[in-house]
Design a protein around this ligand. Structure first.
Ligand SMILES: Cc1cc2nc3c(=O)[nH]c(=O)nc-3n(C[C@H](O)[C@H](O)[C@H](O)COP(=O)(O)O)c2cc1C
Length: 185
């Protein structure tokens, strides 16, 4: 028998690490789970007002890196502390940055895959903010590639579990998309 719940969630939530520069070029990063890709080249993230949203509004850009099992504690830390209150937030978690060659935003050296985004708009009509960005590039370390493609088996990204409020690793491939269902054709 299925129980009924008033508060629902969709799963899996991603664990996006959104990195940005302030007006002086100081890098920051935060954790964001309430977002996703729209079509081939857009991303939308629901955000409250943070140091990061102020940065994105001014720099008109950010990067989004995928959180990994190896960096899970660092990724959680950037989601529980604001740079407004802890100015050396990035130094504390040990992350270093390289400027993107495509957008005015930092790429986190310790996370192997980063998507580069230009701000399209910040929508205010939903109570919180909704940041909509255009994906203009992606960088991935050689260490997580197989045959020139990003290999999630090597990257070991994590997801956010909205029911148990924990992080989970993303598991093995269990079959090809647009293919497994062919057995019913
Ligand atoms: C698992 C997790 C998911 C989060 N998802 C979001 C989110 O989708 N949107 C948001 O505005 N804040 C989210 N946060 C909170 C921000 O990451 C947090 O407020 C952060 O300290 C903001 O940093 P900043 O002020 O330095 O930019 C999340 C935090 C955690 C731990």
């Amino acid at each position: 028998m299925k129980q009924s719940f008033d508060k629902a969630f969709l799963t899996p939530y991603p664990v996006f690490i959104v990195a940005s520069y302030d007006e002086n070029g100081k890098p920051n990063a935060m954790n964001a789970a309430w977002g996703g890709q729209c079509g081939d080249n857009q991303v939308s993230i629901c955000m409250s007002k943070h140091r990061t949203t102020d940065n994105i509004e001014k720099a008109k850009a950010s990067t989004i890196s995928f959180a990994t099992v190896e960096q899970a504690a660092e990724c959680d830390y950037v989601g529980i502390v604001s740079q407004d209150k802890v100015p050396d937030k990035m130094e504390r978690c040990g992350w270093t940055f390289t400027k993107s060659d495509k957008v005015n935003a930092p790429i986190i050296d310790q996370l192997p895959v980063a998507v580069e985004c230009k701000l399209i708009e910040i929508q205010h009509e939903f109570g919180d903010l909704r940041i909509v960005g255009e994906i203009v590039g992606m960088k991935a370390d050689d260490s997580v590639l197989t045959d020139g493609k990003v290999d999630l088996g090597k990257l070991k990204p994590i997801m956010f579990d909205g029911a148990q409020l924990c992080y989970r690793s993303i598991g093995d491939s269990i079959g090809k998309a647009w293919n497994l269902g062919k057995k019913f054709m």
